[in-house]
Design a protein around this ligand. Structure first.
Ligand SMILES: O=C(O)CCC(=O)C(=O)O
Length: 345
């Protein structure tokens, strides 16, 4: 059992770049209050909640409640098609993307990376996590972003809630100083992403995070989402920033995975500085994806499937859905052979 302690609050260091950097280097993360204007975050939240409401995800608003509750009968999770079609409508909205290009964030990231010419990764992640009153597979286990994003060692992730996040809705938990241990081995897990970092931490940092607050962490910092056991959707954005001249792996830029491709974003993009903004960086250092992590994951999924071992089901589902043949075909066949009662956990 991991004990959760409060985040170190680095807000008092905001006026001292050297102290901020030294805290980031020591702990692998920064928790900073009030970086984004609350009104700008609220505008994005209104859009996301309006889409959720149209999709029937919310209960009728109660006059006494500050925010509408999630309808437990409508709960769906990524990657279910019923989740993705709604999520896609939330994501393809200009203000969602513009928030993460906010001048206050860019100024902060310029200080932290030492580079004014920053690249904001186009692959921005919007999460709308339904409550799970009955424990189910966690959304994410302990992980580092590096195997997914690769590219630059200087990449920093910003995680920010669109609505109050905390013990009720779940938020983020971070293992302080874990970025110093390099890239950690993975193990199978019954989480939404199928694998997690092979760590058994005694304590982690977590806590309530308000709209406008940001958590910033390195690509090697171990972190996870904490479960939403409350009554509201947990709404957050996580986006990566790096010096524009540093290596970036091609799929982080091009968003080829429909329906999240850039050609299907918000309407009226003619002349919009946010549309295809990265094409204006003329010196991007685009590198090919290093498939070693994916190959390792496929191998462990198939090996666990062969022996019908613990954790096999989720990893096989992911391999069947996202890998290419022959691994995907083999994973699908192994899945069909798993005993129906086995949960894979
Ligand atoms: O919000 C979450 O549940 C997980 C976020 C995460 O893993 C990330 O920001 O890299």
């Amino acid at each position: 059992m991991t004990e959760l302690r409060s985040f170190f609050d680095s807000t008092p260091l905001l006026d001292s770049p050297a102290a901020l950097l030294s805290r980031l280097r020591a702990e692998g993360y920064l928790y900073l209050r009030g970086v984004l204007p609350v009104a700008d975050v609220a505008a994005v939240r209104r859009h996301v909640l309006a889409v959720a409401d149209q999709a029937g995800w919310l209960l009728p608003a109660d006059a006494g409640e500050p925010a509408p509750q999630a309808d437990p009968h409508a709960a769906v999770w990524d990657p279910a098609p019923a989740y993705r079609s709604v999520h896609r409508r939330m994501w393809a909205h200009r203000e969602v993307h513009a928030l993460m290009h906010h001048p206050r964030l860019l100024a902060l990231l310029t200080t932290l990376t030492g580079h004014a010419d920053l690249l904001v990764h186009p692959r921005k992640v919007l999460r709308a996590v339904h409550p799970r009153p009955v424990p189910g597979p966690a959304e994410t286990g302990w992980h580092q972003d590096w195997p997914e994003i690769q590219g630059s060692e200087q990449t920093l992730t910003v995680w920010t809630p669109l609505a109050p996040a905390g013990p009720g809705t779940g938020a983020l938990a971070i293992l302080p100083a874990s970025h110093r241990d390099g890239i950690l081995p993975l193990r199978l897990a019954s989480t939404a992403i199928g694998w997690e970092a092979n760590v058994h931490p005694q304590h982690a940092h977590s806590g309530a995070v308000a709209p406008g607050d940001v958590l910033i962490f390195t690509a090697h910092t171990v972190h996870r989402g904490t479960p939403n056991t409350g009554r509201h959707l947990r709404l957050s954005l996580d986006v990566r920033y790096q010096p524009a001249s540093a290596p970036i792996y091609e799929t982080c830029l091009e968003l080829r995975d429909e329906p999240y491709g850039w050609d299907a974003q918000w309407p009226a993009r003619e002349g919009d500085p946010l549309a295809y903004y990265w094409k204006r960086h003329t010196h991007l250092n685009v590198i090919p994806y290093d498939p070693r992590f994916d190959l390792w994951r496929e191998r462990t999924a198939l090996a666990a499937g062969e022996r019908q071992g613990p954790g096999a089901r989720r990893a096989l589902q992911i391999t069947a859905a996202y890998s290419s043949p022959p691994a995907a075909t083999r994973a699908a066949a192994l899945l069909r052979g798993l005993p129906a009662t086995r949960t894979g956990s």
